[in-house]
Design a protein around this ligand. Sequence first.
Ligand SMILES: Cc1cc2nc3c(=O)[nH]c(=O)nc-3n(C[C@H](O)[C@H](O)[C@H](O)COP(=O)(O)OP(=O)(O)OC[C@H]3O[C@@H](n4cnc5c(N)ncnc54)[C@H](O)[C@@H]3O)c2cc1C
Length: 591
Amino acid sequence: MLKENAIRSLKTLLPKGQVFTDRASLISYEADGGLDKGMPEGVVFPHSTGDVVRIVQWAAERSVPLIARGAGTGLSGGAVADRGGIIVEFSRMNTILDIDEHGRTAMVEPAVINLVLDEQVKTKGLYFPPDPASQRASTIGGNVAENSGGPHCFKYGVTTNYVIGMDVVLADGRSVRVGGRALDYPAYDLCGLITGSEGMLALITSICVRLVRNPPAVKTMLAVFDSVEQAGIAVSAIIATGLVPATMEMMDQKIIRIVEEFAHAGLPTEAQAILIIEVDGYPASLDLQIEEVASILQMHGGRSLRVARSAEERNQIWFARKSAAGAVTRLTPSYYTVDITVPRSRLTETLLEVNAVCERYGLRVGYVFHAGDGNLHPLVLIPDTQDRQLMERVHNAGREMVELAVHKGGSLSGEHGVGIAKRQFMSLMYTDAELAAMWDIKQVFDPNNLLNPGKVFPLPGSGNMTGEEITAVQGTLNGTLPPVPGNIFPPSTAEEAAEGILSAAKARQNVYITGSTGVPAAHSGAKVLSTAGLRGIKIYAADDLYITVGAGTPLAEIQSFLANERKQVPLATPWQEATIGGLVATNLNAP
Ligand SMILES: Cc1cc2nc3c(=O)[nH]c(=O)nc-3n(C[C@H](O)[C@H](O)[C@H](O)COP(=O)(O)OP(=O)(O)OC[C@H]3O[C@@H](n4cnc5c(N)ncnc54)[C@H](O)[C@@H]3O)c2cc1C
């Protein structure tokens, strides 16, 4: 609880109109787009990086938590002050600072609205692909903090693939730049680390994004299916063929009808499910792309294929798709958006199982989601959030859906983040050691746990280790250790590698890691860990388009394996023997 004199000093920190502590103002900041709530003790509106630095220094001196907030459209409670503290509301830092047309980058303040940026750059023939369905409201800062996805991320990649630099204020008040306007810096990729960190590592005060050329032409197609499962099978079939249309979005009949009544986009309300598939590229290529996709859809039950005839028709379709959640609130005052991802070959079985879960809990659910990414969003309708018994059923069903996604090799969140909503599920997916590695990073950036505390990591009493408990366990890592391995050490498993590194660390020996292109000039007495024993293809998931390989596998070996499958990984190196581990560690650029 903030003391009277702390509140007084906060009010003098920034000019009038930038600090609010009265209950009537605070109540608007009690929630984001999700179901979790928490009342902040104050809300501040910085206008500049200088303001943010002052706020952070003020908070650090008094150990007051700071919770960054963009538009508050987050669906996992990320911007909710469930431990009190001050909301840092970035909405007044909303200027597009500049657009470099030739270098194809833009520098923006964090509260620039996603769609505003995209519309601006489009006037210059450029395009900012990450397009969350919330793009009419959500901010680039929020998108970066959540590493947001969207319909076009299937082809173009998610937010992190477009963030190349940031100005951030660290928890001790230092203002630093990470990355910049070029594409590859020799430093640690802190920009990649902060992207998706949910406001827990730093406050972002400007962002440099990469832009691409606006595709010269686009075609948008609607395909009707007789069931959601059938549509899921068609999506998996397209993925397995290796085709990458710009989008593959799915809606079921319940959502189609709700949305059509609101958006009047001419959606086929008799369809049990539809797919919205878009292709882009040179005008002459579009018909071929559409034909190829259409033939697969038809083979799997797709019918009444309709290609939008004008930009207006296309815009109407997208307006409808991106209005789904808003349209639902015409029916019930609240809803719970589940956000899970499964390998795309398992879409159909997951849909059936999710349906069964909702039926068992007696919940009304509609589906609208990024099918191409295997990212499901069952939208559970909530007529009354005060109905405790209903809310318990909603949460239990949510947990079961997360569990089944994780068991299928998927993820507990596809794009909405962990925040408060999913923190208790983290240990379903991560081991204590993995959570500890994440907590280490939090500690380095924010040792006093002031930036968005309590998010992402499980809470005490949940059966999982909390951040504090992890630190305690790490302090006791002693005991009997395996002997320090000989000078060149070639582990054949990850566990052997871990043991070797731990032994060397305890003996205070330097460790150098080498792939196959040469043994580094190590200090005398240092250990050299060769990845040569970690070689080979572990998993080849043809239907999901991924491959898992040992770190010591030469790229050439991977490419020759894939060539037999008529696939490739778009990496290149001049060295025949260069291993994938080495390429990743050096982030090697090639043509
Ligand atoms: C109808 C609807 C549809 C949606 N569709 C999608 C979708 O398709 N894809 C998707 O990925 N998400 C979607 N979302 C979720 C949400 O819109 C995204 O997570 C979005 O990126 C949040 O942006 P925001 O500006 O509202 O951030 P907020 O909700 O205000 O904050 C989100 C997180 O970012 C942190 N944060 C915000 N600004 C900063 C900053 N400057 N520095 C550091 N941390 C910061 C906050 O602390 C919080 O943890 C949807 C939400 C709604 C309501």
